[in-house]
Design a protein around this ligand. Structure first.
Ligand code: MG
Length: 227
């Protein structure tokens, strides 16, 4: 059971941080869109195509998702288009009204920019999924650089991702803050040596808060902003 008490993050040593790296799905954007797409919308399309019940399609797809968990295939829209015989990017584009930016994200991005810190988006999202989300939300202009794990050749959960990032971004890992909603990703970042880590405890607006007891954990970015 997750404990309802977060590790407090008050007093982040901002003077020791000159680079901020942020995950996208679940951290900046409401993960409800992704959950709904993969758990409901895609299985419905798959069920229609293969004449299955929705429940059968959900069970079959869930097993396939699990087989590639924490790898680049999991987020590769071309992989799923090919394996399921469906145009995944087109299906994703059909429900963009469900894409939402979490509360206080824009305030936080503006504040980081105002502090003159480097700000990067670091995501496992496939370039096609990234494009749909940036076009819908308009958050692109806040970032100095946007890195997809496909550019690096490994998922953020995998150690080669972090070593590979060094050739794409100029940063001092000890003076970098990284925020993500996935504990496995935070563990890989910690093992690599990222100096400041923050866990996002409410990735989806439809799922109860789930604090991490391993990392400073916040419900939203208002908790990282100064009073
Ligand atoms: Mg995420």
């Amino acid at each position: 059971m997750n404990k309802p008490t977060p590790t407090p993050v008050t007093g982040l040593p901002w003077h020791d941080i000159d680079t901020v790296m942020l995950d996208m799905d679940g951290t900046l954007l409401d993960k409800y869109y992704d959950d709904y797409f993969w758990e409901k919308y895609l299985p419905q399309s798959y069920a229609r195509k293969h004449l299955l019940s929705n429940k059968e399609a959900e069970a079959q797809l869930l097993a396939r998702y699990k087989s590639v968990e924490s790898t680049l295939q999991w987020t590769d829209l071309d992989y799923w288009s090919e394996h399921l015989g469906l145009d995944i990017a087109r299906l994703k584009s059909e429900i963009t009204h469900l894409i939402g930016v979490h509360t206080y994200v824009v305030d936080f991005l503006q504040w980081i920019r105002a502090q003159g810190k480097a700000l990067h988006l670091v995501t496992n999202a496939h370039p096609k999924a990234l494009e749909i989300k940036l076009n819908t939300t308009g958050i692109e202009h806040y970032f100095d650089k946007i890195i997809c794990s496909a550019d690096v050749g490994a998922a953020k959960e995998q150690p080669p991702f972090w070593r590979g990032l060094e050739s794409l971004l100029d940063f001092d890992k000890k003076r970098t803050l990284f925020a993500d909603d996935t504990v496995k990703v935070l563990a890989a970042a910690r093992d690599y040596g990222i100096g400041h880590l923050v866990h996002i405890a409410r990735p989806s607006s439809r799922i109860p808060l789930r604090y991490s007891d391993e990392y400073p954990s916040v419900a939203d970015f208002s908790e990282l902003l100064p009073d």
